[in-house]
Design a protein around this ligand. Structure first.
Ligand code: DC
Length: 212
């Protein structure tokens, strides 16, 4: 079974998806981490981020790898912490925009996502990567709350700059941020993580019962 969790930055995707996977005993795939790792590598190589063919080629040569503990590797480097810096937040939409990059990433995501039961989080999972996912969730939240949540994870940037970055990233990601028609929309503004996870578990139960 594939559970697709999409939505903008700060809506709670990672926390919810990770916890849900843990409760269900599913594996977990963070597709944003893949775009982040590629951005990290392209910056290390000082490649021009605006050139889709060069970055696409880099993606093809260096597939992102996850280990059992959820650590993220590219070109044999553990980039799990480095990809959470605000300099990566700022540049990742430039990389994620290229169709050459998305083609490589989607192919790899489908490969990783079709190995048993999995929770996949991203922006285009329910619409493009796994349109056949049995359960599709779209998380969203008030922009102020999303910025505050992100701030807690980004001690390297002030609140004004972070809010501006988030707005810029939303604008750039928007084309890929539409909920699938058959997605369940959940507003997480006033919800605790456990409430969101329980709601999704309930949905999965209902869907599974309806099928059997
Ligand atoms: O979810 P995140 O903040 O880690 O995602 C990082 C960036 O990657 C974000 O700006 C949008 C992009 N992304 C994407 O375009 N498609 C995905 N499936 C996942 C992330």
């Amino acid at each position: 079974m594939i559970v697709a969790i999409d939505g903008p930055a700060g809506a709670g995707k990672s926390t919810v998806a990770r916890k849900l996977a843990e409760r269900l005993g599913f594996s977990y795939l963070d597709t944003g981490a893949m775009y982040r790792a590629l951005t990290w590598l392209a910056m290390r190589e000082a490649l021009p981020l605006a050139e889709g063919d060069a970055i696409g080629e880099l993606a093809r040569r260096h597939p992102v790898v996850f280990d059992e503990a959820g650590r993220v590797f590219i070109d044999n480097c553990d980039v799990s912490s480095a990809i959470r810096q605000s300099r990566i937040d700022r540049m990742v939409p430039v990389v994620a925009r290229h169709h050459e990059v998305r083609e490589v990433m989607r192919e790899r995501q489908r490969e990783l996502g079709h190995q048993g039961n999995v929770v996949i989080e991203g922006r285009d999972i329910g619409t493009v990567v796994a349109p056949d996912a049995e359960v599709k969730i779209y998380l969203h939240a008030d922009p102020g709350i999303r910025a505050a949540r992100r701030q807690a994870e980004r001690p390297d940037i002030g609140p004004d700059a972070l809010a501006t970055d988030l707005r810029t990233r939303d604008a750039s990601d928007r084309v890929r941020m539409q909920p699938a028609e058959d997605a369940e929309l959940i507003d997480t503004t006033d919800l605790e993580v456990d409430d969101v996870v329980s709601r999704i578990e309930e949905l999965i139960r209902t869907r599974s019962l309806a099928k059997s």
